[in-house]
Write a protein that binds this ligand. Structure first.
Ligand code: TYD
Length: 195
């Protein structure tokens, strides 16, 4: 089973992902961008304020393709629980926002590029936080962490949840980190019990 964590920067998803290591020590924990050289190329694009948005999208997608073949698919084939801090929805939401006005219907376009080869998550936990709180928490350290941009990213996540309500679980991430973690652990208990 593949469970992904999504949300704005500062939603606390990395903290949750780290805490889950103790609860599910046998799971495969992974993240996007990855630590491979593709992931390093992605980090360079993130740090470059002038990166071409379409070129950047395809770097993220290259990293995803490598992540799938090297980590996600082998772990799933072994029957592992795979927990990923960010995954395809980050592209749909974030690059969906950077490509606004560059290509027609950017979210549909990016989903269309993924569709033939990606492995869709079984469950996606969305840590919902408003852009203001997200920015205060993350310290707005990279080009994606700007208010107007994050407002669009959040709208894109809302659109994704509207399209596929059965895949998403929304959690209020404005509460305390302990509260968020409790809610996330409840979700894991329910999904692992097969509910
Ligand atoms: P991440 O490493 O999760 O951020 P953090 O620095 O909070 O740990 O992701 C780095 C940035 O890249 C983040 O601002 C979100 C963005 N991102 C995308 O725009 N598209 C993607 O597909 C992914 C995976 C991340």
């Amino acid at each position: 089973m593949l469970v992904t964590l999504e949300g704005l920067d500062g939603s606390g998803k990395t903290t949750v992902w780290e805490a889950l290591h103790d609860t599910y020590p046998d799971a495969t924990f992974t993240r996007e961008p990855t630590e491979s050289w593709y992931g390093e190329a992605v980090d360079r694009a993130i740090a470059d304020g002038d990166a071409d948005p379409l070129a950047e999208l395809f770097l993220f997608i290259a990293d995803h393709a490598d992540h799938l073949s090297r980590v996600v698919r082998p772990a799933l084939a072994d029957g592992d629980l795979v927990i990923s801090d960010r995954y395809s929805d980050s592209r749909y939401a974030y690059q969906g926002a950077t490509l606004e006005g560059e290509v027609k219907r950017p979210m549909e376009y990016i989903r269309g590029v993924h569709q033939p080869f990606t492995y869709p998550p079984d469950v996606t936990i969305y840590l919902d936080v408003d852009p203001r709180t997200a920015m205060q928490r993350s310290g707005a350290t990279n080009k994606f962490e700007q208010s107007k941009y994050l407002t669009q990213v959040r709208q894109n996540y809302e659109q994704l949840m509207e399209w596929q309500p059965e895949r998403f679980v929304r959690i209020d991430a404005t509460q305390s980190p302990e509260g968020v973690l409790d809610d996330v652990e409840d979700v894991f208990e329910r999904i692992l019990d097969g509910e």
